[in-house]
Design a protein around this ligand. Structure first.
Ligand code: ATP
Ligand code: MG
Ligand code: MG
Ligand code: MG
Length: 575
């Protein structure tokens, strides 16, 4: 590539809204341009890095047996109504109507579309397992888009979906993806960690996130230096809570009830402090009539004040009429017969009430979680309220806490979530009646997994780990170019022009991803551009060096000083 036939546009200053270094450097290096909030154009220079990330991801997906397809970005609402997420997803889901007033969404993820596809085309266990993936632009109407492409509204994701005939098969598919992710993030040259994730709100049984370790990460990772233990903070706090949890109150009878929604943990209605460890806890409850049938269901969501509402995915429960943030007054009103109920709500918690006013008059609820044998019957409003100061005693997982694996203590660091693997089980296949015929000719729901990688977020994450005062220090695998040739004084010197073209053609022949800066810029601004853009290897060809000893100047982007090389040795040196 010749710079004169490419597009390079660097900036001296980053725009004021760029808070973190990767955003600043991506803007300054001209990798992206902002079009609107959380919406960016990937400029030619940035796109080269995006494509390199995609290439590595594709190679490893293909090696792991996943098959590429491309699903539509625009999805009919019917599919989301079938899965139940039309109601549950909240304002992050961008919805619109077509000219016939039919509802559509711009896909934030593709479980519905792929489940629909597989239920049409896969009829027998003999066709399983199968894993489809795509690399595609997603849209999520993030409440706070920021950090450039790290939390954009439109962003590129690799998403894969596995379909198996049983749970054991799903676990095999999951492990394959987990291992592929390890290889991908290693090949990308990132300092990362796979951590156990709590996926209660997604509705599955096992999950890991892949985090790039960086100060500016939005997530807390709890890890043990002495062992393999690592979990995101929600999962770590859930474990802490479960192990501390007292036996269910004696007044409440334990009873197994069907899955009542997406409670992450058991939480006795009446013992709100129990939820203090979590960013959010969904309490679902239902009233049972004398035949043991559920007649009323309500959901309360307690949120830590720093938690974003749109991250809570509410389960679909019949009979709900309100979904909104509630103030204390709202709650007083909603539960006007038992206003005491809200007494213990801690100032650090927000409360979302999803219920009718009428439920306040009801009694004898069942409440519990997605955990067998952890439901309670005979739960009522306003009984056994804990003292308010009890609630103030919020204890989160902190560095120095005992590690759950019994092996010393934990530390906490910040991470950027760049990948996520889930065991979905039959959540979508059951809701959408996606079945195949098993060995006995009996219809069974597909057992699914889903696997995401934030392709464009990876660029930001890589820069957060690799920069200096002059600009980006790309890991070689995803740099826009591997080598830049900078001729000095080529306009006045035939030999410089000759050697430059020679070297350029040699490197191309060797398969080196090289750019020749033939813009005729002065050396200072030319070097500054390439240091900002972060190309790993620079070769400078000047009149003096050629005359003295026929050498060119080589400088690695991380090197303290330049060294001399014969032009014919450059390819071997950079490869
Ligand atoms: P986050 O917790 O950061 O909001 P998520 O858990 O909602 O991410 P997933 O549904 O797990 O995201 O999607 C798979 C991957 O897509 C994530 O691991 C992340 O790398 C990427 N991703 C998610 N949201 C965004 C976004 N707004 N901008 C860029 N990448 C994103
Ligand atoms: Mg999100
Ligand atoms: Mg997440
Ligand atoms: Mg995730």
């Amino acid at each position: 590539m010749k710079a004169s036939q490419f597009f390079i546009s660097t900036l001296k200053e980053a725009p004021a809204e760029a808070e973190i270094i990767s955003h600043q450097l991506m803007m300054r290096a001209g990798l992206i341009k902002r079009i609107g909030s959380g919406i960016y154009t990937y400029m030619p220079m940035g796109l080269r890095s995006v494509r390199k990330v995609e290439q590595i991801v594709r190679e490893e997906m293909n090696k792991a047996g996943a098959i590429e397809l491309l699903m539509p970005a625009v999805q009919p609402a019917e599919l989301w109504q079938e899965s139940g997420r039309w109601e549950q997803y909240g304002p992050e889901l961008l919805r619109f109507k077509d000219r016939h007033a039919r509802d559509f969404v711009v896909g934030p993820t593709h479980e519905e579309v792929i489940t629909d596809l597989v239920r049409r085309d896969f009829k027998s266990y003999k066709q399983l397992p199968v894993n489809f993936y795509q690399v595609q632009a997603k849209f999520r109407d993030e409440i706070r888009p920021r950090f450039g492409v790290m939390r954009g509204r439109e962003f590129i994701m690799k998403d894969a979906y596995s379909f198996d005939k049983d749970e054991a098969g799903m676990k095999v598919s999951y492990d394959k993806m987990f291992n592929a992710y390890m290889t991908i993030f290693n090949r990308l040259g990132l300092n990362f960690r796979a951590v156990a994730a709590d996926n209660g709100s997604i509705g599955g049984t096992g999950s890991h996130e892949f985090h790039v370790i960086a100060e500016t990460g939005e997530d807390d990772i709890v890890y043990n230096l002495n062992s393999d233990y690592a979990a995101n903070i929600e999962a770590a706090e859930a474990v802490a809570l479960v192990s501390e949890r007292a036996e269910p109150q004696q007044t409440l009878e334990k009873q197994h009830t069907p899955n009542m929604g997406k409670c992450e943990l058991v939480a006795e209605f009446l013992n709100i402090p129990l939820v203090k460890h979590l960013k959010s806890v969904v309490l679902a409850a239902e009233q049972v009539n004398e035949n043991g049938e559920a007649v009323t269901q309500i959901v309360l969501v307690l949120l830590r004040a720093d938690h974003q509402l749109n991250e809570v995915k509410l389960s679909k429960l019949p009979g709900l009429s309100t979904t909104r943030m509630a103030t204390e007054d709202d709650i007083m009103q909603a539960f006007n017969t038992k206003p005491g109920f809200i007494g213990p709500v801690h100032p650090a918690q927000k409360v979302l009430v999803v219920a009718d006013k009428t439920v306040a008059n009801m009694s004898d609820f069942v409440c519990g979680a997605n955990e067998v044998d952890y439901h309670f019957t005979g739960v009522n409003w306003g009984r056994d309220l804990p003292e308010p100061d009890l609630v103030a005693d919020v204890r989160n997982v902190v560095a120095g806490d005992p590690a759950p694996d019994g092996n010393g203590t934990v530390d906490i660091c910040r991470g950027i979530e760049v990948g996520h693997v889930f065991q979905l089980g039959t959540k979508y296949s059951e809701a959408m009646k996606a079945t195949f015929l098993d060995e006995n000719g009996k219809p069974q729901p597909f057992v699914m997994g889903c696997y995401g990688i934030g392709v464009t977020r990876i660029l930001g994450a890589a820069i957060e780990q690799n920069f200096d005062a002059k600009g980006i220090l790309w890991p070689a695998a995803i740099a826009p170019f591997e080598v830049v040739i900078c001729p000095v004084g080529a306009d006045k010197n035939e030999q410089v022009r000759y050697e430059t073209n020679n070297l350029y053609n040699d490197l191309l022949k060797e398969g080196v991803d090289v750019i020749l800066d033939d813009r005729g810029e002065r050396p200072g601004s030319m070097f500054a551009d390439w240091e900002l853009i972060g190309v790993p290897h620079r070769v400078t060809i000047g009149d003096r060096g050629l005359k003295e000893d026929g050498m060119v100047e080589y400088r690695g982007r991380r090197d303290e000083a330049a060294t001399k090389l014969l032009p014919e040795d450059v390819a071997a040196h950079v490869l």
